[in-house]
Design a protein around this ligand. Structure first.
Ligand code: 5GP
Ligand code: MG
Length: 170
């Protein structure tokens, strides 16, 4: 598979800075002082680590693994992997910021909300997404977006774990 850089380090760094700033603004507007940030395994955790640091949140970052909850993992050929989710504190009545790398159909987010509500009942959930693609199949929309992308159906983008992060197109 040929990987070519789609958004370079400067572009991803700038997108993350915009997201952090937008999240700060949104939390201020809504009177949220201590949001609890939760990344969706694996790409969402990479993005969330950067936002968590930029917002200087005191509590550890949580993460959700939703592989088993996706309703279409057989259709898209993913093999379910079991990794425990981790939420550092009780989520009841907390303002949650869910973070993922790419939003496409919305099915992963639907599943993530299911997992989250297995743990408790948050006061609110905000959604921050690095790359918003077309192709929604469920009524899920992000509150904060880094990059809006027009991609062909077959195109896939991949976040590399390098520091700084880079987005490549497959
Ligand atoms: P959805 O469930 O909204 O269709 O897809 C979102 C999930 O699949 C995200 O967790 C994201 O990591 C992954 N995803 C969807 N499209 C892409 C893509 O083009 N590239 C990558 N790396 N992940 C994608
Ligand atoms: Mg993912």
């Amino acid at each position: 598979v040929n990987h070519s850089v789609w958004q370079d380090a400067a572009a991803v760094t700038a997108a993350l800075a915009t997201m952090a700033s937008d999240l700060k603004q949104l939390c201020a507007t809504r009177g949220i002082n201590t949001p609890l940030m939760v990344g969706i395994h694996t790409g969402g955790v990479l993005v969330a680590e950067r936002l968590h640091q930029a917002l200087a949140l005191a509590e550890p970052l949580g993460h959700l693994d939703i592989s088993f909850y996706r309703d279409d993992f057989t259709r898209i050929g993913l093999h379910p992997q079991v990794r425990p989710s981790y939420l550092p504190v009780p989520i009841d009545d907390r303002a949650i910021i869910l973070v993922d790398d790419v939003l496409q159909t919305g099915r992963t987010l639907r599943a993530a909300l299911n997992v989250l509500f297995d743990y408790g009942r948050p006061a609110s959930v905000l959604l921050a997404i690095l790359v918003e693609r077309d192709g929604r199949e469920l009524p899920i929309e992000p509150n904060v977006v880094g990059i809006r992308a027009r991609l062909a159906t077959g195109e896939q983008i991949k976040l590399t774990g390098a520091d700084p992060l880079v987005l490549t197109k497959l």
